[in-house]
Design a protein around this ligand. Structure first.
Ligand code: AMP
Length: 635
């Protein structure tokens, strides 16, 4: 198509996607690899990319060990309870023991973190202002640019506006990574990155399930709309094993603007009620206890130990109350908002991280001081750093991980030399922004060691591989050029589908067969099998996706990554024959949590040659004891 090929050779560490995870990786790679060549390839611009691009008002993962607040073990217990038992405790612990130092660095780099002057100084410093037990409050509109600066100063080269489409594979040794390829979303040029290691820091997936927001509101989704599941699409395509991909997340959010609720629940101490002003949550607990068992839901213990009811179970109560005809659910803001300070925080919270919610309330005459705003449950998302743990099956650290969780290098996937951070790593929920950055650091340290141990010697990438990928990448433009004269009406063409049409079809499939909001998050084995059959047909049709320009080419590749992510979600959801997370999704044919058969992690692999999936169960080790040394204080 006349686009130039630009080759960047001799890279030691390629960071593919630099949100918080990728920036952490670039920063740490420079520390451990003083003379290593570190390159970033990023779809947007690292100053405003990833899920933190638009800012955050809280850092949701901070132990506060230096202030005597929490230990890493406490955080593992919290994540484990919230995820109905299912976490990779080695990875979660490893992240938690290092996360505080990342936050302290953010502060040094200029991120304004709120201080609680009412609490006594420890080591000459007041503790940070807590939103909840794990969350600290920040003035974080510029969080990403501040953190990105560290990556900018660390990397040798940054290629912004590169959509990374595929990983390059070594031809000397099977199952070893050799770099990545992609194209520039502005110039269209083809970019080849030959690298000894790749740290995949690309994002999770929004917009794979049909979103509630349509038409003019289509860009309004909970997770970043540009998070196209590339973390998964890239790694699945390369044959990396994935874990917990069934564990999608549904969020309770302010209606239509997806405004976050954490600061409201935890800091403003707002609460929810049904349309008739009644407390409804506890009403659903007895039936829910029947489904999941008392060890997973014991309101008395939760209350006594100040532990939240698991996120999915809170959703379950909302979903059922609305289905019983007593919706909508309201957030009771009218009490807290009488206090001018809390009112200001309520608005600041949105202005710092979800400005669209503030705009929407202003535009629709919702004043939370005089009216309790509506809450709803979102469409599902597939990601790995909020209250869910989708992602690659990665090695843990050598000092903590049991044999099944350890194969030499921390955060390395089952593809040699391919590491993950943030949404890319499975089984590590509740990492959020700071934990993702920390994971990037851990991955980069391990990647440097991998290179120093000589594991990347003799990598070979043929021109044929580079050329084959080039043809594949630009094929949608070719398809368009050849078929465009046969449009029958509007954008309808018998020779191809465009990316928007493909996305609509994918979202409808995911919604109706895989447990989206349109079916009240319900699916079963029959629906999943029909869905998979239809996915195979969609997969064939995606060979004929057409792109009229470079922008549509970007959309075409985002769609392909979303498709691979979705296919994996389908297979995982079919495999786990139980309802582990009521409120995230339900298997109608197995409505109970089944610890006898499913107290395990799910692991999949897609064969890159045949596209066939194999599924297996992996042991779920509880490495951290149940009992906290001291009961959690209320914050
Ligand atoms: P959000 O604003 O909902 O994304 O949540 C921010 C933080 O608050 C995350 O750590 C959530 O897990 C936590 N969170 C949100 N809602 C609640 C709640 N009702 N109880 C306890 N923790 C919550």
């Amino acid at each position: 198509m006349g686009y130039k090929t630009i080759i960047e050779d001799d890279i030691d560490i390629l960071v593919a996607g630099a949100g918080l995870g990728g920036t952490g990786a670039a920063f740490e790679a420079r520390y451990w690899g003083q003379n290593k060549k570190i390159v970033i390839a990023e779809k947007a611009n690292i100053d405003r990319s990833g899920a933190v691009a638009q800012g955050l008002y809280a850092i949701n993962c901070y132990m506060g060990t230096r202030f005597g607040e929490n230990n890493p073990e406490d955080h593992v217990r919290y994540a484990r309870i919230d995820l109905m038992g299912m976490v990779r405790e080695d990875l979660a612990f490893d992240m938690a023991r290092h996360v505080d130092s990342a936050v302290h660095q953010f502060e040094e780099w200029g991120l304004p973190i709120m201080i609680n002057e009412k609490k006594d100084k420890v080591g000459g410093k007041h503790p940070y202002m807590r939103e909840g037990r794990w969350q600290i409050m920040i003035h974080g509109e510029s969080y990403k640019p501040i953190v990105a600066e560290a990556a900018r100063k660390s990397a040798d080269k940054i290629f912004n506006r590169i959509c990374v489409t595929h990983l390059l594979m070594d031809e000397a040794k099977e199952n070893r990574v050799a770099g990545a390829v992609g194209f520039n979303v502005r110039t269209g040029n083809y970019h080849v990155f030959k690298s000894k290691t790749v740290i995949c820091g690309a994002g999770g997936a929004s917009n794979i399930f049909k979103p509630r927001s349509v038409g003019e509101g289509a860009g309004r989704v909970w997770y970043a709309p540009w998070s196209s599941g590339s973390a998964y699409g890239l790694m699945i395509e390369a044959g990396a094993k994935m874990t917990q991909m069934e564990n999608r997340i549904v969020l309770a959010r302010f209606k239509d603007g997806y405004g976050p609720v954490g600061a409201y629940f935890l800091h403003l101490k707002t609460y929810t009620q049904n349309a008739y002003g009644e407390e409804y949550e506890s009403k659903w607990f007895p039936a829910l206890q029947e489904m999941v068992g008392k060890e997973y839901l014991d309101p008395e213990v939760s209350h006594r130990t100040h532990r939240p009811i698991p996120t999915c179970l809170r959703n379950h109560a909302i979903i059922n109350e609305v289905n019983a005809g007593r919706g909508p659910i309201h957030m009771v803001t009218m009490e807290a908002f009488q206090d001018p300070h809390l009112e200001e925080i309520g608005w600041h919270n949105f202005l710092g991280m979800t400005v669209g919610q503030a705009v929407l309330w202003a535009a629709t005459d919702v004043d939370p001081k005089y009216e309790n705003p509506e809450l709803t449950t979102s469409e599902p998302y597939v990601m790995g750093s909020h209250a869910t743990g989708c992602g690659a099956w990665c090695s843990g650290p050598e000092d903590v991980s049991p044999d099944e969780y350890f194969w030499g290098y921390n955060r390395m996937t089952t593809v040699e030399g391919l590491f993950g951070a943030g949404d890319a790593v499975g089984g590590t929920p509740h990492a959020f922004s700071s934990g993702s950055f920390t994971e990037g650091r851990l991955a980069a340290k391990a990647a440097c060691k991998y290179i120093d141990d000589g594991k990347a010697e003799g990598i070979k990438v043929s021109d044929a591989q580079i050329q084959r990928r080039k043809e594949e990448i630009y094929k949608p433009m070719e398809t368009y050029t050849v078929g465009r004269n046969e449009i029958v009406a509007g954008t309808v063409n018998p020779n191809y589908i465009n990316p928007r049409q493909g996305l609509d079809r994918l979202q409808k499939l995911m919604d109706e067969y895989c447990g989206g909001f349109g079916v009240n998050y319900m699916t079963n084995d029959k629906l999943l099998k029909i869905g998979l059959k239809k996915m195979a047909i969609l997969g064939e049709d995606l060979e004929k996706v057409a792109a009229s320009d470079v922008h549509e080419l970007l959309r075409a590749w985002e769609l392909k990554h979303r498709f691979l992510t979705s296919e994996s979600v389908f297979h995982h959801t079919l495999f786990r024959k139980e309802t582990r997370w009521p409120g995230y999704y339900y298997r109608g044919d197995a409505m109970k949590l089944d610890d006898q058969n499913w107290h395990v992690l799910t692991v999949s692999r897609r064969d890159p040659k045949t596209g066939e999936y194999t599924m297996e169960k992996a042991p779920l080790y509880h490495l951290v004891g149940d009992v906290e040394k001291k009961p959690a204080e209320e914050h």
